[in-house]
Design a protein around this ligand. Structure first.
Ligand SMILES: [Zn+2]
Length: 260
């Protein structure tokens, strides 16, 4: 995970159709609060609003086409994910799904991110643990700013102090609780992801070795290979590359590659 810079201005579809729908949902809740709280009534969310092509395009641009959690490249195949779950939430994996969820944030720009379907649908799902669940905002009259989420919102908090990498393995820095929760809830050390990160790191390490060897070569071809390898390694630390957070950890910790 890396810090994401989302544009401040929300796509118009959210501030127009989204706002109208949110107001209608809030009026419904006012009238039938106990039914929504008990799960007897459910909100019907409109994916044509939060999943509108303009919303998706803005998220793809802000996140360089990457999943906001695992940093695999997804582009148009990514899900528009609700950081605070819109239709119900779970404090813990085995806990019950509590209703009605953060219905008033279903079309809220600040609550939307681009995620891969594995992080979103197989791992995070409706999980949204708080440090103190008593302070959870139960409806649109309560302020989410009173909450202390254990998941990191990468457009609001830089994940760097919380989640680091030892080679391709993610770990919670100093054993911090937010880092541990993110790794567990989002499956950041799932087998396929570890394998993809290992392959990427191995590729970078090989390039670093080539860079060392070609430094001794005087030929034009040798200098070209050295230039290309150096360029690739430098690009690998940019926000736009996959697994940037892991690559930056490798660069900082000087294992097994050091990037200049
Ligand atoms: Zn992902």
């Amino acid at each position: 995970m890396i810090k994401i810079l989302k544009p401040v201005a929300a796509p118009v579809v959210l501030t127009e159709r989204g706002l109208t729908k949110t107001r209608a949902d809030c009026r419904q809740y006012e009238e039938f609060a106990s039914d929504y709280d008990a799960g007897r009534f459910r909100f019907t969310f409109d994916p044509t609003i939060y999943g509108d092509p303009t919303v998706r395009a803005a998220l793809i641009a802000a996140q360089h086409g990457k999943c906001c959690f695992c940093e695999t490249i997804v582009r148009e195949e990514g899900d528009v994910e609700h950081f605070r779950p819109k239709g119900g939430f779970k404090q813990s994996k085995s806990g019950r799904l509590e209703k009605p969820g953060y219905y008033w944030l279903a079309y809220d720009w600040d609550n939307l991110l681009l995620a891969c379907s594995i992080c979103n649908q197989r791992y995070k799902q409706a999980r949204f643990p708080l440090t103190n669940p008593v302070r959870r905002a139960a409806n649109h009259h309560q302020d989410v700013l009173q909450e202390e989420p254990l998941l990191i919102h990468p457009a609001q908090t830089d994940p760097f102090p919380y989640v680091g990498f030892r080679q391709e393995i993610a770990y919670a820095k100093d054993g911090n609780r937010c880092g541990k929760t993110n790794i567990e809830v989002l499956g950041l050390n799932r087998a396929n992801l570890i394998e993809s990160r290992r392959d990427h790191l191995s590729h970078l390490t090989s390039l670093r070795s080539i860079l060392g060897l070609t430094a001794l070569v005087e030929s034009t071809e040798g200098r070209k290979v050295m230039h290309d390898a150096g360029e690739y390694l430098r690009n690998a630390t940019l926000d736009s590359s996959k697994f940037t957070s892991m690559t930056r950890s490798a660069a900082i910790d000087d294992f097994p590659i050091s990037l200049v």
